[in-house]
Ligand binder design. Structure first.
Ligand code: ADP
Length: 270
């Protein structure tokens, strides 16, 4: 657990992403083979934890995944949750808002998808886009996005006080790694479909995005909804860290299967 604390952003700290190494290999010094075994073990543990979560129907869990294009949001969902019963997962991706969504406040579409008891909800992108992409592209005023940090903190605190465990992950890759990943999408015919020319537009604004991420993370990491900055240049290590952090948080909920109001030994089946 203590080893994992290094990824957590303390409340009120001023994040400088240059100080967070996307190639950091700590705390897992495993080689790839050992890493895969460890991840498999964690995936099974997450499956078991989610089953109790569902049986107990007391807690709600929200996982927020953010990162630049190709950082591995989809990859984390595929690998970390591969053992979990799909019925216990809700995965919600947030793209460009629709007309209807834009006509409401930015948290409307988010709140509608807030986690329910017994399930793990994963946000693939989230309300953080409303202080990232909209800021970087000048879609809203400086005054508007500045106010949103407090609004987001309050919103997340409300969810937490209503029983949600919230964990937020920024998958941190560097620009060179992104170039290689985009190039692979262009070179491999089976990956061509993943290429989106819009990704190059965001890439060209890399520094502006890093600044927006630094501000968002610094202003909204809170004890009830902590941010974690995950070194994500290496995919299996990224998955290992995210899986460990989630397993750890679920474990701390001390969940129990519900007490029975009958004696299973006394049940006779004809
Ligand atoms: P992804 O890139 O996550 O695989 P898409 O290709 O559908 O998925 O891209 C989603 C796009 O929607 C991203 O470019 C993201 O910045 C954009 N987006 C998400 N939320 C908002 C928002 N609130 N305002 C504007 N754009 C948004």
């Amino acid at each position: 657990m203590n080893d994992l604390l290094r990824f957590r952003v303390k409340e009120d700290s001023k994040v400088n992403l240059d100080e967070w190494d996307p190639d950091d290999t700590r705390p897992f010094s495993d080689d790839k083979e050992q890493g895969r075994d460890r991840l498999q073990h964690l995936c099974s543990l997450l499956r078991d934890l989610q089953e109790v979560l569902y049986a107990e129907r007391k807690h709600k869990v929200l996982i927020v995944l953010q990162g630049m294009d190709t950082a591995g949001k989809d990859g984390v969902i595929k690998s970390v949750f591969k053992e979990v019963n799909p019925q216990g997962l809700v995965i919600k991706s947030f793209g460009v808002p629709s007309e209807e969504e834009l006509s409401r406040d930015y948290l409307w579409r988010i709140h509608k998808n807030a986690p329910e008891k017994g399930k793990i909800t994963i946000f693939n992108r989230s309300h953080y886009e409303d202080v990232l992409v909209v800021r970087v592209n000048g879609l809203i005023s400086h005054e508007t996005w500045k106010k949103r940090y407090v609004q987001i903190r309050d919103f997340e605190r409300t969810l937490h006080e209503e029983g949600a465990t919230i964990l937020k992950f920024f998958l941190h890759i560097d620009k060179k790694e992104q170039k290689e990943r985009i190039q692979k999408r262009l070179d491999d015919p089976e990956k061509n479909w993943k290429f989106n020319p819009g990704d190059l537009k965001a890439r060209a604004l890399w520094r502006e995005y890093m600044k927006a991420y630094e501000d968002a993370i610094s202003n909204t990491s809170a004890p009830w909804a902590p941010w974690h900055i995950i070194p994500a240049n290496n995919k299996w290590r990224r998955d290992l860290i995210v899986a460990s952090l989630i397993a750890d948080a679920l474990d701390q909920l001390n969940m129990k299967y519900p007490k029975l109001d009958f004696d299973p030994k006394g049940v006779v089946i004809d």
